[in-house]
Design a binder for this molecule. Structure first.
Ligand SMILES: Cc1ncc(COP(=O)(O)O)c(C=O)c1O
Length: 451
């Protein structure tokens, strides 16, 4: 039976936001917690989550279209994931996989070998976060090639520990106060099709892809960055924190070619774009090429901390002690990851593609209605909406983006900004078309109220 408008479950906002209990918690947080957390203007104080719904401490119910920043891939507290965590917690919580053994560690590594966009065979290092997965990739690339230079992209985000921070460049706040970068990284513009950063001369008739290729081959390699000294090019197939900007068609193929010609490794950071988020298991799968090293975290374990660095097996020929982590690949996190992958393969990658396309069509319709939406882009359930003064001038409108984010929240839908003036849609991959209808109706109202 078709759902009617009245059947659709909607958010319920009962108090002012933040409500009284939330305000007390925010006050305590302001006193005792690290003030460097980059929290948005709206304040969500969560108490429980179920599926796509999050209830705050004052009993307000939100429709979550952010999934804890692209982490709760199977939705909040998916019953099968909860059961897998509970069963594992009753059996073995920790023993230290870098000194001892347990079956689920090679089981997950074998599963990753089957699904990651890398030539097989592969090996997996287990860590606890995205940044640790990236640190592993950087160390491994230096160790395997004997080279020290890296190429990264403006607008990229790879983490905030010192190695990954040398790559990260989506905001100055991430760098300010930390002086020199630890690694030898050269940054170049990302081939953003909506805002082509390259000159017409560089692009020729090959568009942004040709512009980027020229930048690498004719500028970097011929000036600051000799190709034979480059260990790796590190790239997000869809820039995440930088604004949900997908790589243009053909770009990953060109990077692959350049890497192969010069013995450079291709490190693909799928921390945000991986695990079904783009409607395929990995964003790189849309481009038909393979990487040398892939970094994964966020959505892999439905919210438990797990980061992995998967690499071509021949690259990982380092000796015992070269790299390891006490907690990395904790049995409980691995149990959650195995169940998450099962659910993704069973139904959620397909749902991400189908319902994501439906969401994107709805957002494109809104673009027809509002001249302040400059661009709607992305694949699956990784969709960016860029706000501008008007579509002709394309002048970024970060204030409008912030107002839309706030107005949407006040109406009970959780969405988070990314880049200077975009909003990211990164819902749990269980989102239904009915959820989309509700979320889009509220997003529409929020834009109308923000202009
Ligand atoms: C593409 C990408 N890489 C790395 C990271 C760092 O992950 P973590 O915050 O788990 O260290 C992030 C986090 O947002 C990310 O989006």
């Amino acid at each position: 039976m078709m759902a009617t408008a009245t059947d659709l479950r909607r958010p319920e906002i009962k108090t002012e936001l933040p409500g009284p209990k939330a305000r007390a918690i925010i006050e305590a947080d302001a006193q005792f917690v690290n003030p460097a957390y980059p929290r948005p203007d709206f304040k969500l104080v969560a108490e429980r989550g179920q599926g796509v719904w999050v209830e705050d401490v004052d009993g307000n119910m939100f429709l979550d279209c952010n999934a804890g920043v692209a982490v709760c891939s199977t939705g909040h507290c998916h019953p099968e994931v909860v059961r897998a965590i509970q069963d594992q917690a009753e059996q073995l919580i920790h023993i230290c996989g870098t000194d001892y053994y347990y079956a689920s560690m090679p089981e997950l590594a074998k599963k990753l070998d089957e699904i990651v966009p890398l030539p097989r065979p592969t090996r997996t290092h287990f860590a606890n976060s995205g940044t640790e997965a990236v640190e592993t990739a950087l160390k491994l690339a230096m160790h395997a090639t004997g080279r020290e230079k890296f190429i990264s992209f403006f607008g990229s985000f790879h983490g905030r520990t010192l190695g990954s921070l040398s790559l990260t460049s989506s905001r100055v706040a991430q760098r300010l106060g930390f002086k020199r970068q630890v690694l030898d990284v050269v940054h170049m513009p990302y081939p953003n099709e909506y805002r082509n950063p390259f000159s017409a001369d560089d692009c020729g008739d090959g568009g942004v892809v040709q512009g980027a290729v020229n930048w690498i081959e004719n500028r970097l390699f011929k000036t600051t960055t000799p190709a034979e000294e480059v260990a790796a090019i590190v790239v997000e197939v869809v820039q995440g924190e930088g604004g949900y900007v997908p790589a243009p068609a053909g770009f990953m193929q060109e990077l692959r070619r350049i890497c192969d010609e010069h013995g450079i490794l291709l490190i693909v950071d799928e921390v945000q774009s991986g695990m079904g988020r783009t409607g395929k298991m990995f964003a790189l799968d849309h481009y038909g090429v393979k990487a040398d090293i892939v970094c994964i975290a966020k959505g892999i374990a439905s919210g438990l901390p797990l980061g992995v660095c998967v690499a071509r097996a021949d690259l990982m020929d380092w000796k015992p002690g070269a790299h390891a982590s006490t907690f990395g690949g904790n049995p409980v996190a691995i149990a959650a990851a195995l169940k998450t992958i099962e659910l993704l393969q069973r139904e959620l990658v397909a749902n991400s593609a189908e319902v994501g396309a439906y969401l994107k069509r709805g957002l494109e319709k809104l673009m027809g209605k509002y001249d302040c939406i400059g661009d709607v882009r992305g694949m699956g359930m990784m969709i960016g909406v860029e706000f501008v003064k008007d579509r002709l001038s394309k002048i970024p409108d970060p204030d409008l983006r912030d107002r839309v984010e706030m107005e949407t929240f006040n109406r009970g839908v959780i969405l988070l900004g990314c880049g200077p003036n975009s909003i990211r849609w990164s819902p749990p991959l269980i989102l239904t078309k009915e959820n989309v209808d509700v979320a889009l109706e509220i997003f529409d109202e929020a834009i109308a109220a923000s202009r």
